[in-house]
Ligand binder design. Structure first.
Ligand code: IVH
Length: 670
């Protein structure tokens, strides 16, 4: 291809991709499948590699990353990034209001309230409409330019189209991992037997500082914007600035509200204190800003914080209790997790008796002693955390914690690999929780989905010596099952039917079920699609594996090591003989009907009988489309339990039809 032809082709691809991206992120519509979209990106990427001089500065290929930044450029903020004063009570907030009133010498004023998003602040610099820098807060004066990583945030415009735009401006906001994405990330960690991340904020912060932007792209960061800075912006209030950045295509949380006085601000605070749990991301308070920019300027700032804005922090739900001891749990992969055994205490409506301590480093960091009075907090996560020790209560009688050196379940000496935080029990073939854990992993819904068996049944089957590995499940006879407690004819038949039905489970799920280290659900899907069969995967070399999507050195090595072990090969041969699916069949979900043709859906909340992914597949299989968010173009919002109030409000405002799961089921029957 000549350079002229390449230039034309590149331009066409850029336009096409930008068009689909814009449709998706700004109009919540998708006209092509993810697969087709990825193919377009790949084509563009190949051309850009062949003709590097033709690569455009705002090319959409930057969304998928690929840039390695050894050291981030340290840059000075044109406008320092101030922090905010904090208040914790109505009284302190009223004092702020008095200071504002005094500063404005009796002039009338409005407030603009937003939620305080718990993420990592970022300043995005645009020149001639193009995103050129993304600077972290740093010390407020200088920060790191993490532009390659920021560009992977799909909802962030790389180029502003709407004219006229100021030649230079900055938009500031908060980069975060949504609760859903964070949960999935931790689910993946759990699936592969790795340690889970403690909280979304720190994980978002760590992600933004990763050197490989392709890794960042996989993490699915998002960003809410709340501040516009620059010259000749042509806006006179914060409200107008927010509207402007919304029009330019930035992601603004719809939770903001203009308030006429401090009482309305209080109402806003009380409203969101109850509702914030339902939002897509963690929030730890409210930010209250004087709306008029002229008034903001006159109120000015101290050295560190503006006088025209303040934050109201919601109280973290926390208490203190006695640390009675530490126990140790051994997981499926042999990883040992220490658990704090606490004197039972009431916290946020539940009794807390235990809290995870993650690993030995955490115990050292907290300098825990048995008998200490410890602070326990419940953040966004369901599992409570030990956040510190009340040293004023420490008695001489407290004893230091000596971390165990042998497996509490099988007595094998524990090992700790260089650079890893966890201790491991290496006895994978003889340590009971590891064996039971592997079978529980195998039968879970996301794997073989044998719901007629459960944790208790597995425990009994193992204790009776009937099942030692997943393949043993397929040799079970009715008389074996009748030996289990409370199991009669009917339930034994049920269990056998469940085991039998699992033989038709798709290959990708089988691949996940066998529990190769670092192969979670997503990686298993990609491997199944790429290699098509267990035999081909088992025969693949590290080099061949590295060519598959999402596969890095760690996964490739782990797969090769797995298939090098004779007991794994033997187990897989038995599973194959039992009749499990060892080859991929179709790739795209088959179209079952056209009943939902032309109809678009957003699925929100939780459902008793369905996983959200399952519902999405049902929409697609019946010819419908899934949109990423609520907009005027949306036909149906399928509403489950605990749906976010912001989404509901938006849907009502836009007149989108709300349907229940019952309505949806009726639509499918026709
Ligand atoms: S405005 C000069 N608005 O809170 C005022 N900040 O404690 C600039 N934050 O560094 C900040 N949500 O990272 C503002 N709606 C919001 C915010 C927000 C979260 C963060 C931001 C800031 C920190 C100050």
């Amino acid at each position: 291809m000549s350079a002229i032809e390449a230039k034309k082709e590149i331009q066409e691809l850029v336009d096409q991709i930008n068009h689909y991206n814009e449709l998706y992120y700004q109009k919540n519509k998708s006209e092509i499948s993810d697969y087709e979209f990825d193919q377009l990106l790949k084509k563009l990427d190949d051309l850009e590699n062949e003709f590097p001089e033709l690569k455009q500065p705002d090319s959409p290929t930057q969304r998928v990353g690929g840039t390695i930044t050894k050291e981030f450029e340290n840059v000075v903020h044109q406008y320092p990034m101030l922090s905010l004063g904090n208040t914790y009570s109505k009284e302190e907030l009223e004092e702020f209001d008095v200071r504002v009133a005094k500063g404005l010498e009796g002039e009338p004023y409005d407030y603009f309230c937003e939620l305080k998003f718990d993420g990592v602040s970022i300043s995005l610099v645009y020149e001639n409409g193009i995103l050129i820098k993304a600077i972290t807060r740093g010390d407020g004066v200088r920060g790191d330019n993490v532009i390659a990583n920021a560009k992977t945030i799909r909802s962030l415009p790389l180029k502003i189209k709407l004219e006229p735009i100021p030649s230079r401006f900055e938009v500031r906001g908060e980069v975060f991992l949504s609760k859903e994405v964070f949960k999935k990330l931790n689910q993946e960690q759990e699936d592969i037997g790795e340690e889970t991340y403690a909280n979304a904020r720190n994980t978002a912060s760590g992600t933004l500082k990763m050197q490989d932007s392709a890794e960042v792209a996989k993490r699915k960061l998002d960003c809410y914007l709340y501040y516009l800075l620059g010259e000749e912006l042509n806006v006179s209030s914060h409200e107008e600035a927010i509207q402007k950045i919304e029009q330019w295509g930035f992601n603004v949380s719809p939770t903001y509200q203009k308030c006429k006085n401090i009482q309305e601000v209080m109402d806003y605070i009380v409203h969101w204190e109850k509702k914030r749990g339902e939002l897509p991301l963690e929030t730890d308070g409210v930010v209250i800003k004087v709306n008029s920019l002229d008034q903001q300027q006159r109120l000015g700032a101290t050295a560190k914080v503006p006088r025209w804005a303040i934050s109201f922090k919601y109280k973290a739900e926390s208490t203190s209790t006695r640390l009675n001891g530490i126990t140790y749990q051994v997981g499926r992969t042999g990883a040992v997790t220490p658990v704090a055994e606490l004197e039972p205490v009431q916290l946020a409506g539940t009794t807390v008796k235990r809290a995870s301590l993650h690993n030995a480093n955490e115990i050292t960091r907290l300098d825990l002693r048995i008998g200490d009075s410890v602070f326990v907090e419940k953040g966004g996560e369901i599992i409570p955390k030990v956040t510190g020790v009340d040293l004023t209560q420490r008695k001489d009688t407290t004893a230091s914690v000596v971390y165990i050196s042998e497996c509490p379940e099988c007595g094998t000496p524990l090992i700790r690999k260089e650079g890893e935080a966890n201790h491991y029990c290496p006895n994978d073939s003889g340590c009971p929780p590891q064996i039971k854990g592997r079978i529980e992993h195998f039968i879970q819904r996301k794997a073989m989905d044998i719901d007629s068996l459960g944790e208790q049944t597995i425990k009994q089957l193992f204790d009776l010596g009937l099942v030692n590995s997943p393949a043993d499940l397929y040799d079970l006879k009715k008389e074996d099952l009748l030996r289990l407690e409370k199991v009669k004819d009917k339930s034994a038949e049920n269990m056998l039917a469940g085991i039998e039905a699992s033989k038709s489970t798709r290959f990708q799920s089988v691949l996940f079920a066998i529990g190769i280290r670092f192969v979670g659900k997503t990686v298993a899907e990609k491997l199944a699609y790429y290699f098509k069969s267990m035999d081909k995967l088992a025969a693949a070399s590290v080099e061949e594996l590295l060519k598959a999507p999402e596969v890095g050195e760690k996964i490739a090595q782990s797969v090769v090591q797995f298939f090098n072990q004779p007991h794994h090969v033997n187990e897989i041969a038995r599973l194959k003989k039992a009749g499990l699916q060892m080859e991929s069949t179709s790739v795209e979900p088959e179209l079952i009907s056209q009943r939902l043709e032309g109809k678009s859906f957003v699925i929100s909340g939780t459902f008793e009988n369905y996983e959200r992914d399952q519902l999405k597949e049902m929409v697609l299989a019946n010819g419908g489309r899934i949109l990423s968010g609520v907009s005027a173009k949306l036909d149906y919002l399928l509403a489950g339990e605990n749906m976010g109030p912001a989404k509901l409000e938006k849907a009502r405002k836009l007149g989108v039809t709300l349907i229940t799961i019952g309505d949806f089921e009726k639509m499918l029957i026709g």
